[in-house]
Design a protein around this ligand. Structure first.
Ligand SMILES: [Zn+2]
Length: 438
């Protein structure tokens, strides 16, 4: 279901087919897209103010008249956060009777619950279908989707997206990778969709036992470092494109194209903002669900830190792009070294020999001095001076300002070697932690 303006536009200008939606993604004039977005934003704010107790309360507290809200800025500091979803009962967010519910596990453990109507799942699938089509998926291909099932949303949306393209799809949950490996040739899958770490495990099996012809791999569900992407691409001799989304977003909100330079966002269904940007434009991504009416989310803080990519993409799609996610807002640490993101340390530690994949970087404090502590698990025969030397070199080359702050004594670098297995963590390991008091 879409707002009146967008629905009319879609029906008249685009029609139902996925190829024509893709065509429109390339042709829609920016001014028209902006106007439709603004119109849809006003509609969803009015709708939600009338029906959603949580949002109505927020507006009342701030003395904001919803009929005067034209742009996100008119809402001041009114946002919706993950903490809000956890704190208040579902009834506080529901605007109509739901038809489906999905969960999203946070690092804190308690699941956030998000409700949908079937029409909303279809709308979400429609844009994932367009993104897959733009990436070359066509009827006649065979897609296998190994996103986790259960209360996770992505597997269902991907299955429906494939249905909308008319392409063969097995949504198999998340079995042991060898379960799929055994069936790759049997079912002649040539498009693989899964989360990054699972894809790496599957690729390790394939590297040892042989691959099958694959035309496209799509990875989503967590960040994928360049190292992992390169490895998977090499094993299968196939491009890996990344998707970005969440349960709160109803599945995917953005996907890379074959240019693999940032995620094209679904600006038909969402209005995005990047709030509190730093000097380089990096800030937290915030979304408003323009089309959802079951549990609309107004200015939902996605916690992910990114920035806009300016200019037109080589692929011709006009939907705006964001840069790869730098990290989660709550993983971003501001200290003597500068603004730190987990992704920085993935790059710094990449290729450093003698350490395991499990590592953590902590920011500590001794007196008034910030300390950046690398916690590393040695593999065989590690020599600390060699590791330190490699880290210093990478830091200096990759992040000269961070290194310069070290040279002028803004913080101290320390290294701690831990017994193997100490840092083995769950689904979303915390790479960067702030352990300073207060
Ligand atoms: Zn593109």
């Amino acid at each position: 279901m879409l707002t009146a303006a967008v629905r009319t536009f879609e029906r008249i200008a685009i029609g139902d087919s996925i190829p024509s939606l893709v065509k429109w993604g390339k042709r829609v004039p920016t001014a028209l897209a902006d106007r439709l977005q603004r119109q849809a934003f006003r509609e969803v704010v009015l709708y939600t103010a009338r029906r959603q107790p949580f949002f109505a309360r927020r507006l009342r507290e701030r003395g904001i008249d919803p009929s005067r809200v034209r742009t996100p800025a008119d809402l001041g500091d009114v946002y919706t956060s993950a903490e809000d979803l956890l704190r208040w009962p579902a009834e506080d967010f529901l605007c109509r009777a739901p038809q489906a519910v999905f969960e999203s596990t946070g690092t804190s453990g308690a699941p956030k619950r998000v409700y949908f109507g079937y029409d909303e799942l279809e709308a979400s699938a429609r844009h994932e279908a367009a993104a897959l089509y733009q990436n070359g998926v066509r009827p006649g291909d065979r897609v296998v989707c190994a996103f986790d099932g259960g209360y996770w949303i992505s597997s269902w949306v991907t299955f429906r997206a494939c249905q909308q393209i008319g392409v063969f799809c097995s949504a198999i949950g998340k079995p042991h990778p060898r379960e799929l490996y055994q069936r790759l040739a049997v079912y002649r899958y040539n498009v693989i969709i899964a989360d990054p770490t699972w894809l790496v495990s599957l690729s390790e099996i394939a590297a040892a036992r042989g691959t099958v012809p694959v035309k496209l791999i799509m990875a989503a569900g967590d960040r994928m470092s360049g190292v992992y992407r390169d490895y998977v691409q090499k094993v299968w001799n196939s491009p890996v494109v990344l998707g970005y989304g969440s349960t709160e977003a109803g599945g995917g909100v953005g996907m890379e194209c074959r240019a693999r330079c940032g995620y094209h966002l679904d600006e038909f269904n969402f209005l995005f903002e990047i709030v509190e940007p730093d000097g380089d434009g990096y800030g937290e991504l915030v979304m408003t669900t323009l089309a959802r009416r079951t549990q609309p989310l107004i200015r939902y803080r996605m916690r992910d830190v990114t920035r806009w990519i300016e200019g037109r993409c080589a692929c011709g799609v006009r939907l705006r792009r964001i840069a790869p996610i730098k990290g989660r807002r709550d993983e971003m640490v501001v200290m003597g070294a500068g603004n730190l993101h987990p992704e920085m340390f993935e790059r710094i530690l990449h290729g450093v020999e003698g350490i395991a994949d499990h590592w953590q970087v902590a920011v500590r404090q001794e007196g008034v001095r910030d300390i950046l502590e690398f916690r590393l698990e040695p593999t065989d025969g590690i020599r600390l001076p060699a590791v330190q030397e490699a880290v210093f070199r990478n830091l200096e080359n990759l992040y000269p300002e961070v290194w310069a702050n070290h040279q002028c004594g803004m913080y101290r670098l320390e290294f701690r070697l831990l017994a193997p297995g100490t840092l083995e963590q769950g689904r979303k390991p915390r790479r960067l932690v702030d352990e300073r008091q207060g």
